[in-house]
Design a protein around this ligand. Structure first.
Ligand code: MLC
Ligand code: AMP
Length: 517
């Protein structure tokens, strides 16, 4: 059997291939035949380039159905897809392209000049452009290719995608996901979340991370269900398209913003059967207010680039209820344990490190065997860097409620990570950019509570003697260098950073000091 993930999708295309697969926010309709033909043309283009086995196709483009087809075509042709956040700037792209050495890079035409320079410098053979209005060299080159293609055979363990996750040391690591990882997770979620062929997914997430690219798209593709495709979160489009949808996924900011919209109510959700939240903690307050406003209980789940989805609240009430503040139970076939500092299992209710094992867990970090070894235990469990517990209790305004012993609650992270609006920001990376700036002696980057983004990035900076530092100038300089969501919302200039007796910066003290921002 061909374990290529695309071959699995093909088996699930609806019998009527003229049916709508993707409807766009601006009124275009793509059928399943269109998807088949477009991915065939692109796969023919890629294979015609004579790329080496295992070649990477790196892509930094705006969201469009064609961008999704490019991902699917890369799978179909047996190459390895490398999605890149559109917010990444030159220094970030330079690192990813230098590290992954893709044979093909696809970018927006507005970025072609600098992206192609970076790519060719690192040995990339082909740079194509693709814009959200279907223009660019990629599609024009693919247009004349045949519209049939036999999906290339792949084994479970073959690489399908590399997703870069920022590292605690500042260097990003490429998580290598296989066809088997993605297929097993998609099939598990298909059943666990009760996907149906008559579902309509409102797809508003970006498609360069696990949530939008895999969890949402794979769900619809595997069900042979339709997607309504919007380029980004937009309340006018939520109000327009949600009444025709049955499933929606978002990071917590999506739900916070929907609740801020006074016209959003139970009628807007009249056909909905499932709202999924993940990528960052959903506040209990949001969970409860959403239920009150719409009558729907958001299903919160927990995932990572390295593991796709590992834990989820149940869809089927026979399995249990969706408990706000928890991320639910390990998915079928996935093992999750909570251990203490010595690796011994923690008792129910006790906090420890979350570790995971299963067919969803990635193959390792691209060209970083040592880092890979460090992140796995001797007996093969992946250390998530998240801290949590089984069972225990959830405290809310309504009082305290006991949580069943098979539910996981995430209480924090052992990794120094900020999650802002569902995007990960590693303080070390931002600190290294700030520390290079003239007049800066040192810096500490922290996350503080933020009503919209959950957490916001804040920098605390110590200046060199005799110089003046301007907050606006520092922020302005950073904006040109790193992705906008990583840029601190505020910069505070201080005389010194609080340190413990070991000389380590006490970020907890800073977090307390600036919490009220
Ligand atoms: C945008 N901005 C952000 C931001 N997004 N700042 C902090 N955090 C963010 N996430 C800033 C921009 O820099 C800009 O600042 C200003 O906000 C407006 O930009 P925008 O593009 O108009 O923002 P908006 O469209 O409102 O985007 C916010 C958002 C978006 C929350 C809708 O960030 C988003 O879609 N996030 C989803 C992330 C996601 O898909 N995560 C999944 C990861 S997978 P300025 O100063 O330039 O004006 C994963 C695994 C798992 O974690 O479990 O799923
Ligand atoms: P990423 O590396 O971008 O894949 O981000 C993965 C991280 O997001 C996890 O390790 C968690 O810290 C966090 N995360 C994902 N889902 C949730 C959730 N439901 N609640 C809290 N944190 C989450």
């Amino acid at each position: 059997m061909n374990a290529n993930l695309f071959a699995l999708f093909e088996t699930r295309f609806p019998a009527d291939r003229t049916a709508c697969c993707i409807e766009t926010h601006d009124g275009l309709y793509y059928s399943w035949d269109d998807l088949d033909r477009a991915t065939a043309k692109l796969a023919n283009l890629l294979t015609g380039l004579g790329l080496p086995e295992g070649a990477r196709v790196a892509v930094q483009v705006e969201k469009s159905p064609e961008a999704l087809f490019l991902y699917l075509a890369t799978l179909r042709a047996g190459y390895v897809y490398l999605p890149l956040n559109t917010a990444y700037q030159e220094a970030e792209i330079d690192y990813f392209v230098g590290n992954a050495e893709p044979s093909v890079v696809v970018c927006s035409s507005k970025n072609f000049a600098w992206v192609s320079k970076v790519a060719f410098r690192h040995g990339t053979s082909y740079v194509f452009t693709l814009d959200e209005d279907r223009s660019g060299s990629l599609l024009s080159r693919a247009a004349a290719r045949p519209d049939t293609f036999e999906t290339v055979p792949r084994a479970d363990g073959d690489l399908a995608a590399i997703l870069y996750t920022s590292g605690t040391t500042g260097r990003s690591k490429g998580a290598m996901l296989t066809h088997g990882n993605l297929a097993s997770n998609a099939q598990t979620l298909h059943e666990y979340w009760g996907w149906r062929s008559d579902d309509v997914l409102l797809h508003m997430l970006p498609i360069f991370h696990v949530h939008g690219l895999f969890v949402a798209s794979h769900g619809a593709l595997l069900a042979g269900a339709k997607m309504i495709w919007a380029p980004r979160l937009d309340m006018a489009q939520v109000l327009k398209f949600l009444p025709r949808s049955t499933v929606m996924m978002g990071v917590p900011t999506y739900y916070v913003r929907m609740l801020q919209e006074s016209r959003f109510d139970d009628d807007t959700c009249r056909r909905m059967r499932l709202f999924v939240s993940g990528s960052a903690p959903l506040l209990l307050e949001t969970f409860e207010e959403f239920r009150k406003r719409t009558g729907h209980t958001i299903l919160e789940r927990y995932g990572m680039s390295e593991t796709v989805m590992l834990v989820s609240n149940p869809y089927d009430s026979a399995l249990g209820e969706r408990i706000g503040g928890t991320v639910g139970m390990p998915l079928p076939g996935v093992s999750v344990r909570v251990v203490d500092g010595e690796g011994k299992p923690s008792a129910i209710g006790e906090i420890g490190n979350i570790e995971v094992r299963g067919p969803n867990v990635f193959k390792g970090y691209w060209r970083m065997p040592e880092k890979t070894r460090e992140e796995f235990t001797a007996d093969g469990w992946f250390k998530t860097g998240d801290v949590g517990r089984y069972g225990g209790a959830i405290v809310s305004q309504a009082g305290e409620r006991a949580v069943p012993g098979n539910y996981v609650t995430i209480v924090g992270r052992s990794k120094d990570l900020i999650i802002s609006g569902g995007y990960n920001v590693y303080p070390k990376e931002i600190e290294s950019f700030i520390d290079e700036m003239p007049g800066v002696a040192e810096s500490a980057v922290i996350g503080v509570p933020h009503a919209d983004f959950g957490e916001a990035v804040v920098a605390v900076v110590v200046k060199k003697p005799g110089v003046e530092l301007d907050e606006g100038e520092l922020i302005g300089t950073l904006k040109g260098r790193i992705a906008n969501f990583k840029v601190p919302k505020r910069v505070h200039v201080v005389d010194e950073l609080p340190r413990n007796t070991m000389g380590k910066v006490q970020k907890n003290v800073l977090r307390q000091q600036f919490a009220a921002l």
